[in-house]
Write a protein that binds this ligand. Structure first.
Ligand code: SF4
Length: 443
């Protein structure tokens, strides 16, 4: 009789960088003889790749872990991996005493060995170390995750910036860039597998290569990618740090049609005093000049940014500076987060003195202002024709994205009729919603 192959179930929470690590864990477990299952009840090993950088993310991770802990039997093993596991292993043990293992972000590649060890012991295993973050090369896996005809490709991990509100440098350590050739090889594999869109990710893509001795490393990386996969239609860069968008980088984005005119610069605030307290670049005039240069070189560019409201000491006047900035700059996409007071960050020594209802009201005011701008920009597109990457169809409708929409965070194009998925088509825009567009396929 054939022996049943052991199965694993993995749930990944948080950002795309975590999803890439989860894909790496899955690859290693498959290599070790495990089968993936989408049903935790059938799994021998259940893994939650947690997110832990703010309270809301930890809450979601806890809910997922608790729900799985209630469902599984004593013969199944439950493992908490990822950022929260790295950040607070002791707290996780207190909250979930039945966990079989806790594995941090810097040892995720050891999960197959840990699973083996769990079959021989009843004692919980905690494997959380303060070494440098593990990159796919070290683990022998790809550094990407595919979804349909798109992929996230990790170019670096960790962060060397030290923003006052952010726990990431503590969780992941300083930036570690992947070797250029490893990234190019991943891109070739993705292209050969039929991927049409690669999204480059890192905590801060503009830092790429500094630790490898490169200057302005993202520009040569993009040039290398264009050369390695010239037939890849969409190459998108996410998460650029303000002050590091150099003229050379702008030249490269503008020069190659494959590199999408889409720039995501999380600015976090627009009041210089708040930015200084956040330990971020505080030269708002320089940010305006960079945005001006991007728009001058690429009038069709889509600009995305994110802001934090309610940072310690944020006065009404400072918030109004931010609101006026958003109204004046007319970004295409804006994400707004309420400040989360995090232990172990520099801002934890400040008083979290903006009341929750004020944080929420400021977030709403910023979102309302941006919604008006977004609708106006979308209305201006009605009647134009845009390339759309189809993502799926059902019930007489197809959804897709234009170059203006990064996966998972931006809007969609809703197209009449069922036209399948995984191809680029031309769509005439027929109507505008605040964040999405409607259109019809051009025959
Ligand atoms: S750039 Fe700042 S906000 Fe972004 S991950 Fe690094 S420390 Fe955190």
């Amino acid at each position: 009789m054939r022996r049943r192959r052991p199965r694993f179930y993995i749930a990944s929470l948080g950002c795309a960088k975590n999803t890439v690590d989860a894909e790496g864990i899955a690859t290693l477990l498959r290599r070790a003889g495990y089968l993936a299952t989408g049903d935790p009840a059938r799994a021998d090993v259940v893994i939650v790749n947690t997110c832990g950088f703010i309270a809301a993310a930890r809450e979601e991770s806890l809910t997922t872990l608790r729900s799985l802990a209630e469902q599984i039997t004593p013969r199944q093993k439950l493992i908490a991996a990822g950022c929260w596991a790295q950040r607070e292993p002791e707290r996780l043990r207190q909250l979930l005493p039945d966990l079989d293992a806790i594995v941090g972000t810097r040892t995720w590649h050891e999960i197959p060995r840990i699973v083996q060890e769990l079959s021989r012991t009843e004692a919980p295993i905690v494997n959380v170390q303060r070494r440098k973050v593990v990159m796919p090369e070290e683990a022998g896996t790809g550094g990407y995750v595919r979804f349909g005809a798109s992929a996230f490709l990790k170019i670096a991990d960790g962060c060397s910036r030290g923003c006052a509100f952010c726990a990431i440098p503590g969780i992941k350590g300083p930036t570690v860039s992947r070797p250029l050739e490893a990234i190019l090889e991943d891109a070739r594999q993705l292209r050969d597998a039929g991927v049409l869109e690669i999204n480059l990710i890192a905590q801060d893509t503009s830092f790429y290569g500094h630790d490898l001795g490169m200057r302005d490393g993202l520009a040569p990386l993009l040039e290398g990618l264009v050369e390695a996969v010239p037939d890849l239609p969409w190459l998108r860069i996410l998460y650029l740090f303000p002050g590091f968008i150099t003229d050379r980088l702008i030249d490269v984005i503008a020069a190659y049609p494959q590199v999408l005119p889409y720039v995501d610069i999380p600015l976090q605030h627009a009041d210089p005093a708040i930015l200084r307290r956040m330990r971020r670049p505080a030269d708002v005039e320089a940010v305006k000049r960079t945005i001006g240069r991007l728009r001058e070189r690429m009038p069709e560019i889509t600009l995305r940014t994110t802001f934090i409201v309610g940072f310690p000491g944020e006065s009404e006047r400072e918030f109004l500076t931010l609101l006026r900035f958003v109204e004046a700059m007319r970004f295409d996409r804006v994400g707004v987060f309420e400040y989360s007071h995090e232990e172990g960050t520099a801002a934890a020594s400040l008083k979290d003195d903006v009341p929750p209802e004020v944080k929420a009201a400021r977030r709403d005011a910023l979102m309302m202002a941006q919604q008006r701008i977004s609708l106006e920009k979308n209305k201006a597109l009605v009647g134009s024709r845009l390339a759309v990457l189809l993502e799926g169809s059902s019930d007489g409708l197809t959804i897709g994205r234009t170059y203006r929409d990064a996966p998972e965070i931006d809007g969609l194009v809703l197209i009449e009729g069922e036209h399948g998925s995984g191809r680029l088509v031309e769509v005439e825009i027929t109507a505008a919603l605040p964040y999405d567009l409607q259109g019809r396929l051009v025959a």
